[in-house]
Design a protein around this ligand. Structure first.
Ligand SMILES: NC(=O)c1ccc[n+]([C@@H]2O[C@H](COP(=O)([O-])OP(=O)(O)OC[C@H]3O[C@@H](n4cnc5c(N)ncnc54)[C@H](OP(=O)(O)O)[C@@H]3O)[C@@H](O)[C@H]2O)c1
Length: 304
């Protein structure tokens, strides 16, 4: 009988790529999701169960028989009933349930430069969870990306989307802070590799190229052959511009916290790169597609 692994969010973004790889290896996959009734992109090969964070025993039962759990669950911002504090508590419930169910290995997605003492709740919540997982009984891997890009991501793809439609791009501050994105396939490969190991590990998931934010916007615009003026502006004004665009696309394009994290240099790792795909080469290969469609965070989680 084949092994069973659980992926949280197999119908969403990172979890989908992890699931593709596991199925290709002949591993049976179950997913925990907030949308178990969504159309199953894996044609029924993945069993979908609800998160059940409020029913820890049911959650543990869903995890029974699984040897590895890949956890991608998190919230990008406070919206409606979702909050960072709640996401921390839900993730702790998941970790305890994995212990109770006898899961052998947890591969948890955090973020590069997570810090329990960060003033930014995204980073402090992730930092607290890293501590919690290190103190758990589970064999674990903590995988920490900066920004995960593809044709469906909410930063690089959406910068291209804006550059295709507007003659100017508002950059918060001087645009001299760094960004080190990782390609989704490299991220998923790291996750699956981490699931096959037994040692406790903490790895940053970052690509081989580091750009300043200005360079990133210029490279994206050049690759899609758009002449876009970069306008440096106070961070609050850039955020306001993103909110105006958000009105048209019915989404939260950018949050204050994301601007603060970006400008503080948190989207660059202090460790060697772990992804091999160069964004510059990927952009050249996908110039006709990147930014053609807007990737909506609210669409992904709150509609449909
Ligand atoms: N994407 C990036 O560039 C990036 C960068 C750094 C770190 N990370 C980390 O990587 C992990 C995966 O990110 P991702 O972008 O691939 O996430 P995602 O696929 O959009 O979502 C991952 C999981 O979290 C659930 N989720 C997301 N937002 C939610 C909300 N507001 N309320 C309830 N559930 C919610 C999803 O639920 P459903 O199953 O119902 O869809 C899914 O199960 C996260 O831990 C994130 O912090 C991502």
């Amino acid at each position: 009988m084949s092994e069973t692994h659980v992926v949280t969010g197999a119908f969403s973004y990172t979890g989908r790529y992890i699931t593709e790889r596991l199925l290709a290896k002949g591993i049976a996959v179950k997913t925990l999701t907030g949308h178990p009734d969504r159309p199953n992109p894996f044609a029924g090969r993945v069993v979908a169960l609800p998160f059940d964070f409020d029913k820890p025993e049911a959650l543990a039962k869903s995890l029974e028989g699984a040897s590895v759990v890949y956890n991608t669950y998190w919230v990008r911002f406070t919206h409606g009933a979702t909050s960072f504090d709640q996401a921390v508590e839900n993730t702790k419930t998941l970790v305890r349930a994995a212990e109770a169910a006898g899961v052998s290995r947890l591969v948890h997605v955090s973020i590069a430069n997570a810090d329990p003492n960060s003033p930014l709740p995204y980073y402090s919540g992730k930092g607290k969870l890293e501590q919690f997982i290190r103190e758990s009984k589970l064999s674990h891997a903590i995988v920490c990306p900066t920004v995960i890009y593809s044709l469906h991501d909410v930063l690089i793809n959406n910068i291209a989307w804006i550059a295709r439609r507007f003659p100017a791009f508002g950059v918060p501050g001087k645009g001299d802070y760094g960004i080190q994105p990782i390609f989704i396939d490299d991220m998923a490969d790291l996750m699956v590799d981490a699931g096959s190991r037994t040692e406790n590990m903490h790895v940053d998931a970052v690509g081989p190229e580091i750009f300043t934010f200005d360079e990133l916007v210029r490279i994206i615009a050049r690759s899609i052959k758009r002449n876009v003026a970069i306008l440096h502006m106070p961070p609050g004004l850039a955020l306001l511009a993103s909110q105006v665009i958000g009105l048209f696309v019915s989404d939260v394009v950018l949050t204050k916290e994301e601007v603060d994290g970006l400008m503080a240099g948190l989207l660059v790792s202090k460790r060697p790169p772990t992804g091999k795909t160069k964004l510059t080469e990927w952009l050249a290969q996908n110039a006709d597609k990147v930014g053609s469609t807007y990737a909506s965070e609210l669409g992904r989680h709150f509609r449909g």
